[in-house]
Design a protein around this ligand. Structure first.
Ligand code: TEU
Ligand code: CA
Length: 602
């Protein structure tokens, strides 16, 4: 690709497709802006003439460097879906710090999880994903690991973990752990020795640069400020994409890769069934750690991101990790890959690629033109169109992850409609789509309780470092009240407060019990309907606020009819060959607010 290339050729490139899609999403523009023949036939150099002032000359160099770094073309199949346990499973994410506290110290722990395994089994989930439980200073709540093979005493002991794993397997469930190998804590022995001893082999396990008054490049951290720590007394700079205590590992070091892969193998030898891999697409940084393009940085919020979100050796490293650890154990892998779109996702998860089994893409979590830290109403028509796009174009040799929430985002329930009287109906609608769309569901702890955002009263209630630095940053040009309102809109703390297990908790109310019962029944239903797990997807209705779709396989059919908003809508009538098996908030021919009906062929 070069400046003579046409926009349509760039859009046909997997990286080009995803970068343009991301730009359209961030700016709230439609796909037709680039797919119409007029624009499609423009050469890049022509577009550059119009945009150069705005985006800077190195913008096009940066885009071309990314495009040309990817020589492969994704393979998109539409045949039968191959069988695998992780395509049939319903996953449940546990954030240990706030899931269940067994000893009353206010911190969730492993024995608390053990005490809830029967609850989870009864709910019907098949696999648990534990956010990190390793030794950590807890600067980023455990995503800053100081010992990959010891358990954080706040959560318990290795014996507690062994019992948890055994109890999970005894119930026929699986356990995947969080693998944070883009960075370690600065309190990890590797880093401490690397910093102290320039001749240590660990010096090359990280990104150090010597000398200079200023940081080696313009990259910013996701948690505020430069992505470089300055160790003045050593005349050194150290790279950290995340907090100042999370130091990026240098994956170009084969010795470092050997140590990490040996650690993964020891966990897999213990019987762990796989891993969720934290920001795994960031592990390959581009040659020379050059400055990021300012325009991309402004748009994405983090200068430098195009230099590492899809680096030159990413595929090599993913193939190596799989071949040397996951493959020999038949272990499952789901990558957390911020910024990766559908086409690049195919290149890291295609069955023929031997890299990851699945990825988490995040482009559905905010509607076009909106960001996490905005208090806005999430329009489920966008979610419908997003799911249709992926269902129709991702291919049957790739598997979508279906989730609304995780520990990094506020609760979707509150974004769709914060009015409490709608909580139950919205929760059931979200559950119905999550359990019947093509893909593997990941329920986040508390979704099944119909939990919405937490009612934080002041910035003192906010623990997460991301929210804290945002608040400080916002105070430069906002009042305290304005700054707090913005932080509360998107703080990760909404999904990090202790689950309300006690008897008089709000979720114990009748309606929340009904939500959990709905989750239990839908999870059970999904297990009994192979057309949902492995079947074809057809859209029957997608008018405004409506989403009616069918799942078919070998003569079986399930039809799901959704009202994506308030106000009653005429329900879909499939005919007398079908029977209604689920119905939430609908009667005498109409779907009520957020109503949903599910039918199966008799
Ligand atoms: O998240 C990476 C990530 O994409 C989020 O941090 C996101 O960038 C941020 O929340 C802005 O919205 C993973 C973990 O899930 C997160 O908890 C960690 O803080 C982060 O990596 C660093 O390990
Ligand atoms: Ca505890």
């Amino acid at each position: 690709m070069n400046r003579e290339s046409k926009i349509k050729e760039i859009y046909a490139n997997p990286v080009g497709h995803d970068v343009i899609s991301k730009l359209l999403l961030q700016t709230g523009k439609k796909k037709s802006l680039v797919t119409n023949p007029l624009v499609g036939n423009l050469k890049l150099k022509t577009v550059e003439r119009f945009l150069k002032k705005k985006v800077g000359t190195d913008f096009f160099d940066a885009v071309l460097e990314l495009l040309n770094s990817e020589k492969d073309v994704p393979v998109t199949e539409h045949g039968a879906i191959s069988r695998a346990w992780w395509k049939e499973a319903v996953f449940y994410q546990i954030y240990p710090k706030s899931f269940a506290d067994s000893n009353g110290d206010g911190i969730g722990d492993l024995r608390g999880i053990i005490g809830k395994l029967d609850y989870l089994k009864e709910l019907g989930v098949d696999a648990l994903w534990l956010s990190p439980i390793y030794e950590s200073p807890m600067d980023d709540n455990g995503y800053d690991i100081s010992n990959y093979e010891a358990i954080n005493p706040d959560f318990g002991t290795m014996e507690d973990f062994d019992e948890l794993l055994n109890e999970v397997h005894k119930r026929g469930m699986k356990l995947i752990m969080d693998l944070v190998i883009n960075h370690t804590s600065d309190e990890h022995p590797w880093f401490k020795e690397a910093l102290e001893n320039p001749d240590s082999k660990y010096r090359n396990y990280y990104f150090f640069r010597e000398g200079g008054e200023n940081p080696p490049n313009n990259w910013l951290s996701f948690f505020g400020g430069s992505a470089w720590n300055h160790y003045e007394n050593k005349n050194l700079w150290g790279l950290h994409l995340f907090s100042k205590k999370q130091m990026d590992l240098n994956w170009e070091s084969s010795e470092m890769r050997d140590d990490i892969i040996a650690m993964i193998n020891r966990w897999l030898d213990k019987g762990v069934d796989g891993f969720r891999m934290d920001v795994i697409n960031y592990i390959s940084k581009s040659e020379g750690l050059k400055d990021g393009n300012e325009f991309i940085g402004d748009l994405m919020g983090f200068p430098g991101v195009e230099k590492y979100f899809y680096g030159p050796h990413l595929h090599d490293y993913l193939k190596e990790i799989r071949a040397r650890a996951f493959e020999p154990h038949g272990a499952f892998s789901v990558g957390e890959t911020p910024g990766i779109g559908m086409e690049m996702a195919k290149l890291v998860t295609g069955e023929e690629r031997k890299e990851l089994d699945m990825i988490f893409s995040f482009d559905h979590l905010e509607t076009p033109g909106h960001t996490k830290y905005e208090d806005y109403v999430y329009d489920l028509n966008f979610y419908r169109d997003y799911q249709i796009e992926w269902a129709q174009n991702y291919g049957t040799n790739h598997r979508s992850a279906l989730f609304y929430n995780n520990h990094d985002n506020p609760r979707m329930l509150s974004k769709v409609n914060p009015v409490p009287e709608y909580n139950g109906a919205v929760a059931k609608l979200l559950c119905a789509m999550q359990m019947t769309l093509p893909g593997t569901p990941f329920v986040f702890q508390g979704d099944e309780m119909g939990l919405s955002n937490y009612d934080f009263k002041s910035i003192d209630d906010i623990n997460d470092l991301e929210g804290k630095w945002m608040y400080r940053d916002l105070l430069k040009d906002h009042t305290e009240e304005e700054a707090f309102k913005i932080v509360v809109a998107g703080t990760r703390d909404h999904t990090r407060v202790l689950l309300p297990w006690n008897e008089n908790a709000p979720f114990k109310q009748k309606e929340n019990e009904q939500v959990r019962e709905f989750y239990r029944k839908l999870i059970k239903f999904r297990k009994e309907e192979p057309e949902i797990i492995y079947g074809d997807f057809t859209v029957y209705r997608k008018d405004k606020d409506l989403f009616t779709y069918s799942r078919k396989l070998e003569g079986r059919e399930c039809i799901v009819d959704c009202n994506l908003s308030t106000g009653k809508k005429k329900e879909y009538v499939p005919g007398d060959r079908y029977k209604k098996v689920f119905s939430s908030n609908s009667d005498n021919g109409y779907l009520g607010d957020y109503g949903v009906n599910i039918f199966v062929l008799k």
